[in-house]
Design a binder for this molecule. Structure first.
Ligand SMILES: Nc1ncnc2c1ncn2[C@@H]1O[C@H](COP(=O)(O)OP(=O)(O)OP(=O)(O)O)[C@@H](O)[C@H]1O
Length: 509
């Protein structure tokens, strides 16, 4: 993996798990973006599970579906016209909406990749339940079915007893996790030993069909309650195989084979609000953090501000991108609509000889995957993106982040800026501001103990020289927007006619 030594957060977590700490306490880990949190929990989990004798699901990593829901909750799916927030909340609708297919799952496969890089070496298997593939495909990856011989009649109860987990470690989103808990035969959390809640602050904000109380109930240490509760959710698929949990407060369970459910909760902006953390039912929680404050920026991140009039923002951005040359850069806007407009406008600037692509929650998964691959490979230099992408995206060699629209909260700044200066690398974050916004922005950065945000100035002669090109780019943008609106209108008209036809057909039946 190209790793020669552990990062501080990885050392600290190792000490508390495999090291002297021996998983005695649950861990709350607050560590900056790009500091290596994923490996910090993957390593000890894989290490402890490496001597397991029987395969069953023992570690569960839960990650949020993308921030898309928060950002475009008033937008509608362009294919089925349903509210996008509804699509995310209701998985079955999301699946029916074939054109919109899976939503945004950038960090989930990345987390799986980290496990997949280390787990097979010790005979462990890792699964993914995030709704990227059909539920049937997911089930066939997660559950091992007995081989049945043709022509022989089997008792379905016996077959059910034979169902076994095909994975030791599962990376899941709450929606799909609940689908499997409720409906997948043979899927059980009965033997779970490790629960990781990544991006905890984000996950705790959303109830997601009560996934957390359900998981906690199914893994409770009180044996009697646990088994009776579990049986109301699903039949035990493991016959005589039982996991007996010790009560969390019991002392002296070091080196004993009976685990309690160990929890690790993480974020770059982890809440310390006891009310919120209480939902996780943590056992003697230990708070691991890099500094005094909740918000901390990566050490080698340099923050700059560009002050300009609002209407000249595109010109300043073009001048900035020109000066950055071939360096990889992500430009953040405040909405999917402005992402699309800005990217279209930039591509109408003949002056820019760099490849710029939109990366937005309203694009199809296949388009986004292609764009991200090209960006990783350096075939695209600039991604124009909405906040949906802020959490978790790990692309090597992103040197610059630009806040085209000012982030409203320090958390947003941290997660956006955190796409650069990862893994100890140098990175820069530029924020375009109107002069009236400067004071408030300064206060925002102070929340992350950052007092240094010098002005990045762009010569006014350069801006002036770009004006004529800007005018023609704006004209082209207008044409593009009009032709897109026309196309949407035509498609909408055709779809509504098709819809009418179907209703008539059903009425006849
Ligand atoms: N010990 C290490 N040595 C070198 N590189 C590492 C090490 N640990 C992790 N990395 C690399 O650092 C990068 C960031 O790691 P990771 O994605 O786990 O960060 P994170 O803390 O989860 O960030 P975020 O909060 O933004 O999700 C990854 O590309 C990873 O491969």
């Amino acid at each position: 993996m190209g790793i020669s030594s552990l990062f501080p957060v990885q050392v600290a977590v190792w000490q508390e798990t495999i090291g002297p700490g021996l998983f005695e306490r649950d861990l709350c880990i607050n560590s900056p973006t790009g500091s290596g949190k994923t490996l910090s929990y993957a390593l000890p989990i894989v290490q402890t599970l490496s001597n397991r004798a029987v395969r069953c699901l023992r570690a569960l990593v839960v990650l949020p579906t993308r921030d898309l829901a928060l950002q475009v909750n008033s937008a509608r799916c362009k294919y089925c016209c349903k509210n996008i927030f509804g699509l995310i909340a209701d998985h079955s609708i999301a699946e029916m909406c074939v054109q919109f297919d899976s939503l945004l799952f950038i960090s989930l496969p990345q987390v799986k990749d980290v496990f997949a890089a280390i787990a097979p070496a010790v005979g462990l298997s890792v699964g993914l339940a995030v709704g990227q593939s059909s539920i049937a495909d997911e089930i066939s990856e997660l559950i091992k079915r007995p081989k049945l011989e043709a022509g022989i009649c089997y008792d379905p109860e016996d077959v059910l007893q034979e169902l076994q987990s095909a994975v030791d470690i599962l990376v899941a989103t709450p929606g799909r996790l609940m689908d499997h808990i409720n409906a997948t035969r043979g899927f059980t959390l009965e033997h779970l030993c490790y629960l990781v809640v990544d991006e905890t602050d984000r996950l705790l904000r959303e109830a997601y069909q009560a996934w957390l109380p359900t998981v906690l109930q199914l893994t409770r240490s009180d044996n009697e309650n646990r088994f009776s509760d579990a049986s109301t959710f699903l039949p035990s698929a493991f016959g005589s195989l039982k996991t007996i949990r010790r009560c969390g407060v019991e002392r002296g369970f070091k080196d004993k084979p009976y685990p309690r459910l160990v929890k690790m909760v993480l974020s770059a902006t982890l809440t310390q609000d006891p009310n919120k953390l209480a939902q996780l039912d943590l056992h003697h929680p230990l708070f691991l953090t890099t500094g005094e404050t909740r918000y901390k920026l990566p050490e080698r991140l340099e923050s700059y501000k560009l002050i300009c009039e609002s209407k000249l923002k595109p010109l300043y951005l073009v001048a900035l991108l020109q000066s950055l040359g071939e360096e990889k850069c992500i430009v953040f806007t405040s909405s999917v609509e402005s992402t699309h407009r800005l990217c279209t406008l930039l591509n109408h600037f003949g002056e820019l000889r760099i490849k710029i692509k939109e990366y937005s929650g309203l694009q199809r998964q296949s388009v986004r995957s292609k764009t991200l691959k090209a960006f990783r490979e350096g075939k695209i230099q600039v991604l124009v993106s909405s906040d949906a992408m802020t959490r978790g995206m790990d692309v090597e060699g992103v040197n610059n982040v630009v806040n085209y629209d000012k982030p409203a909260y320090i958390k947003t700044y941290i997660h956006r800026a955190g796409r650069t200066a990862r893994a100890g690398q140098l990175g820069r974050c530029f924020t375009l501001l109107h002069k009236d916004e400067v004071k408030r922005f300064k206060k925002l950065l102070q929340k992350a103990d950052n007092d240094s945000c010098p002005i990045h100035s762009i010569p006014s002669s350069l801006i002036e020289s770009l004006r004529p090109v800007y005018k023609s780019a704006l004209d082209k943008l207008k044409e593009t927007v009009e032709s897109e609106a026309h196309r949407k209108h035509t498609i909408g008209f055709k779809l509504s006619r098709m819809g009418k036809g179907r209703v008539t057909g059903r009425a006849k039946q």
